[in-house]
Design a protein around this ligand. Structure first.
Ligand SMILES: *Cc1c(COP(=O)(O)O)cnc(C)c1O
Length: 447
């Protein structure tokens, strides 16, 4: 069978201009192991983006495989209203152990965007039925990414994904987010006192009493180009939200489970949000599952006699799927027993060193920024002026194609190439990956 031809005649791929596929047909992956994907002809690709940031512990991980297989012979799925099962309960117990304290009640959904939608509705409903009905708006940062469904897209601040749908979207209050590489205050990321936080203060002063929740990607605005900002900003946001009675909703979908060097990005700031959304690494990147985790205070705001009408009447067919939950339980076990995060942290300086070795002095590198094993490299046309390449040139896409030839998957975000590999990538793999990535970049931009 001509798999590529059949694919192109049937499948509408996500986030793609399908015309591009005429030049670059879809790569049919047959098998994967660790950080490697193998296509139908046996060619290997290093998965340096963790298959859209979700694969946490390598592909085809024996322990996660076994957990799912064992669960499969027990129970594949069951309605989650009125029914429950051991894997979901175990998963929550495990998560309570590692989450910021006070996050205690777990509302399951089946993907990240859906968890965001649940969090928005939860926050809104909480205020509405607890005497704070004027709190009906949400606030978020420029450059935010929280998913693609209409609510999640509304709070996202990226024109690339959202602008055409503008007439359909919620009216969200937007605050200029931190931009540490091109800091308008002339500060540097590691030492500043976050003067840019004044933008939030001003907005809260003006609109605070109408705001239900502030939603934020903690420390790392991923889709915006792996933009990293200081933990102090989060601390200030926690304080300000508490002061104005605004829910702090933290989107840890990309940052959770060790990606930033700690279990959660919030841990760098020592804060507890009112609602935290997790997904992606939650199942090791195996199966779709997400959770909006709430504090007891929020949970109690929905508690009462049925006829009071305070329940959270929200559901998805696959809420709490047992196979995904079993994968999640295995992931937590592996993270703890194998000290995965500690080991990744030990390897991070090595990764930094080789990346800097190739990239730091390269004429088109504006900034290399990092958090855990995530390393973002912003390419600029002019280093001194920090001017980016014209997006129409699509240099990121050209680098992606060169990377494929070299056997690495880099999927640049605009002009930012990045590494976000599974946490158990070895040093040897790091060295090979970076060398290949550099060759892909120079193949496009020259030496
Ligand atoms: C991926 C992602 C989402 C959306 O999750 P989906 O499962 O793709 O709907 C939301 N927020 C962040 C930060 C993400 O990285």
């Amino acid at each position: 069978m001509d798999w590529v031809k059949e694919d192109l005649e049937a499948i509408w791929h996500p986030c793609s201009q399908m015309k591009d596929y005429e030049d670059l047909p879809p790569i049919i992956i047959d098998y994967a192991k660790g950080i490697h994907l193998y296509d139908k002809d046996g060619k290997a690709y290093m998965d340096l983006i963790s298959s859209w940031w979700c694969n946490l512990l390598g592909h085809n991980n024996i322990r996660i495989n076994d957990a799912i297989k064992n669960q499969l012979d027990q129970l594949e799925h069951v309605i989650f209203a009125n029914f429950s099962h051991k894997p979901a309960i175990e998963l929550c117990l495990g998560l309570k152990h590692i989450l910021p304290k006070n996050l205690k009640y777990f509302f399951f959904t089946d993907n990240g965007s859906a968890a965001i939608e649940a969090a928005l509705k939860m926050s809104f409903q909480y205020h509405r039925q607890n005497g704070l009905g004027e709190k009906r708006k949400f606030m978020a940062l420029t450059g935010a990414y929280h998913g693609e469904t209409l609510g999640a897209l509304s709070i996202s601040g990226m024109d690339l994904y959202g602008s055409i749908y503008e007439p359909l979207l919620l009216d969200v209050l937007r605050v200029e987010g931190p931009d540490c590489y091109r800091c308008p205050y002339g500060e540097t990321r590691d030492t500043c006192a976050c003067p840019c936080f004044e933008q939030v203060e001003k907005a809260f002063e003006k609109e605070g009493k109408h705001i239900s929740g502030f939603i934020i990607e903690p420390l790392l605005q991923g889709a915006a180009g792996m933009k990293i900002y200081p933990a102090l900003y989060l601390k200030k946001l926690r304080e300000a939200c508490s002061h104005y009675g605004i829910h702090l909703i933290v989107d840890e979908i990309a940052t959770g489970f060790g990606r930033t060097g700690k279990y959660f990005a919030c841990d760098h700031a020592g804060i507890t949000p009112d609602i935290m959304c997790v997904s992606k690494g939650l199942t090791g990147g195996y199966l779709p599952m997400a959770i909006a985790v709430a504090t007891e205070a929020i949970y109690k705001g929905f508690y009462g006699e049925y006829n009071e009408g305070k329940a959270f009447m929200h559901s998805h067919t696959y809420c709490g799927n047992p196979l995904a939950a079993a994968a999640g339980v295995a992931v937590l076990k592996i993270l703890e027993e194998d000290c995965v995060i500690e080991k990744a942290n030990e390897n991070a300086p090595y990764f930094k060193e080789i990346i800097n070795g190739y990239f730091e002095d390269y004429q088109y590198v504006g900034e290399v920024r990092r958090l855990g094993l995530i390393n973002g490299i912003e390419l600029v046309e002019n280093r001194a002026e920090k001017t980016g390449f014209d997006p129409k040139k699509r240099i990121g896409y050209a680098i992606f194609k060169e990377g494929l030839k070299a056997g690495v998957i880099l999927r640049p975000l605009g002009n930012v190439i990045y590494f976000n590999p599974p946490l158990n990538i070895t040093r040897k793999e790091m060295a090979i990956a970076v060398e290949r990535a550099f060759s892909a970049v120079t193949a496009v931009l020259g030496k």
